[in-house]
Write a protein that binds this ligand. Structure first.
Ligand SMILES: *[C@@H]1O[C@H](CO)[C@@H](O)[C@H](O)[C@H]1NC(C)=O
Ligand SMILES: *[C@@H]1O[C@H](CO)[C@@H](O)[C@H](O)[C@H]1NC(C)=O
Ligand SMILES: *[C@@H]1O[C@H](CO)[C@@H](O)[C@H](O)[C@H]1NC(C)=O
Ligand SMILES: *[C@@H]1O[C@H](CO)[C@@H](O)[C@H](O)[C@H]1NC(C)=O
Length: 453
């Protein structure tokens, strides 16, 4: 991150001032800033300008929220990539106590008529099962919301700005298909700037690598739905959805051996822990979750969930050469109503909830609390080694989006798929696009901090 570039900042402030405050200064229109034709008019303008400059230096920090809002309104301007982040780069480096104090994760969904920022026709990266428009989802209002934190604005994702920040860096999505869902959303959002090229090391679709050539930025997905080493023990199992052996104290080397070089890791997990599992520790069965095996105690899904995160964090914290930032993307609740996922539950709402209409409870709350607890411990451990762990705390925002899932529009009606009514993943475009808004805001804050320290 470069330090704040003051001349451009000044210029930006002047532009802003001139274009917004001209009514109070009738003669000082933006056009008047052109080289003056008559020296007679020059003197008062120069004086006024000097006063303005002083004034602006004094009050610019207070304007930050305003500037940030204006940049989000301007997002659709077609700026060439080289100069794209001209104005955004300024605000990215503006130290602002205002934004630091704002909890961007608590707020409401508000209408955004400008969304979506891509469609199933402009973006090829949409996974089949999240291509809701293709499969005939009739309503489109679910795409037209943005997240409004209670105490500040969250700018809409600016792909130019994002790519400037991550230039020469790499980002790994480690977890399940909701993590992949997030990456695909990001590819679609970034497509206004550039498409990535496939640089995968394997033909395995669960381990993909994408590279943005102009920015030397790499994104990768690592499939590890349980985060620890796991094995399908029985493809049917007690609930006919597979029975898995989880080795809770053993890392899943498919990702732990690969991520040391990455600058950012986005870790997620949750939905797979609903299925029947047998837990192993020190290579012995210690218990299970809904395995219905004789003499094996049911320790609940929460036991496995906690231990899996503990092991995953421990693995990251003990990497020799890892210097990156870890984001825990917190659990995004599913929204099955009138039944569970494999017993007729569905999600048919078409509007977001308001925060006073629902709250995190039951299993969702428990999973979320386990994440927070394990995160806090890991964050403390990481800090000792100089590692940064951050919470990408999407849980509350997503709790309010029962309307954002594919439901039965993730496949053709006659298709025989495991998750017929999908109330777990998120339609693209859709509310998961907001995760990029969050992530960019966090990266910007990171930039501010490293510029200060
Ligand atoms: C996009 O959605 C339309 C329906 O609105 C569908 O006809 C088309 O096949 C879809 N295209 C792609 C590339 O998914
Ligand atoms: C691209 O970025 C990687 C780190 O992600 C770095 O090792 C490499 O040298 C960079 N390549 C160029 C051409 O800048
Ligand atoms: C939630 O808040 C909105 C506006 O703030 C209000 O109109 C609505 O009645 C509230 N709903 C409930 C269930 O309290
Ligand atoms: C769907 O597939 C499963 C296994 O692939 C099979 O057991 C089941 O009978 C199929 N159901 C229908 C309605 O075809």
């Amino acid at each position: 991150m470069t330090l704040c570039d003051c001349p451009t900042l000044l210029c930006l402030s002047l532009l802003f001032f001139f274009s917004h405050y001209s009514p109070s200064l009738p003669k000082m229109k933006f056009q008047d800033y052109e080289p003056p034709s008559s020296p007679k008019h020059m003197i008062p303008k120069v004086t006024l300008l000097a006063i303005l400059v002083i004034l602006i230096f004094a009050v610019t920090p207070l304007w930050y929220p305003l500037l940030s809002y204006s940049s989000h309104l301007n997002i659709n301007k077609n700026i060439p990539s080289s100069s794209s982040s001209y104005d955004q780069r300024q605000e990215e480096n503006l130290p602002s106590t205002y934004v630091e104090k704002c909890d961007i994760f608590s707020g409401e969904w508000v209408p955004n008529p400008k969304a979506p920022y891509y469609t199933n026709k402009t973006c090829w990266a949409i996974h089949e099962h999240q291509n809701c428009i293709k499969y005939g989802r009739p309503d489109s209002e679910f795409m037209k919301w943005r997240w409004k934190p209670s105490e500040c604005e969250l700018p809409i994702f600016n792909p130019f700005q994002f790519l400037e920040i991550v230039k020469g860096k790499s980002m790994a999505f480690v977890g399940d298909s909701v993590g992949r869902n997030q990456m695909q959303s990001m590819i679609c959002l970034l497509s206004r700037v550039e498409w990535p090229i496939d640089v995968s090391y394997t033909t395995d679709e669960y381990f993909k690598r994408w590279k943005y050539p102009s920015y030397n930025f790499t994104m990768a997905t690592f499939w590890t739905p349980h985060l620890v080493r796991s094995k399908m023990a029985d493809s049917h199992g007690p609930s006919n959805t597979g029975l898995f052996n989880l080795y809770l104290d053993e890392v899943d080397e498919k990702w732990t051996t690969q991520i040391e070089e990455f600058d950012y890791i986005i870790l997620d997990g949750g939905h797979w822990f609903y299925r029947p599992m047998v837990f192993y520790e020190k290579q012995k069965i210690v218990g299970c979750h809904y395995c219905l095996l004789e003499n094996v105690p049911d320790l609940t899904m929460f036991y496995g969930y906690r231990k899996a995160f503990r092991t995953a964090f421990k693995a990251i914290n003990s990497l020799e050469n890892f210097k990156g930032i870890v984001f825990l993307r917190t659990f995004a609740p599913s929204h099955f109503e009138n039944g569970i996922w494999n017993q007729g539950g569905n999600c048919v709402r078409t509007k977001p909830s308001r925060s006073n209409e629902t709250r995190l409870e039951g299993t969702n709350l428990e999973l979320y609390m386990i994440q927070l607890e394990e995160f806090k411990k890991a964050e403390k451990e990481g800090r000792k080694k100089g590692l940064k762990l951050k919470l990408l705390d999407t849980t509350q925002a997503m709790l309010l989006r029962p309307d954002g899932h594919p439901s039965r529009y993730g496949h053709w009606p006659q298709e025989n798929v495991t998750l017929y009514n999908d109330c777990v993943h998120w339609c693209l475009p859709g509310p998961i696009d907001t995760w990029s808004d969050f992530l960019l805001e966090m990266l910007k804050m990171e930039g501010v901090r490293s510029a200060i320290s």
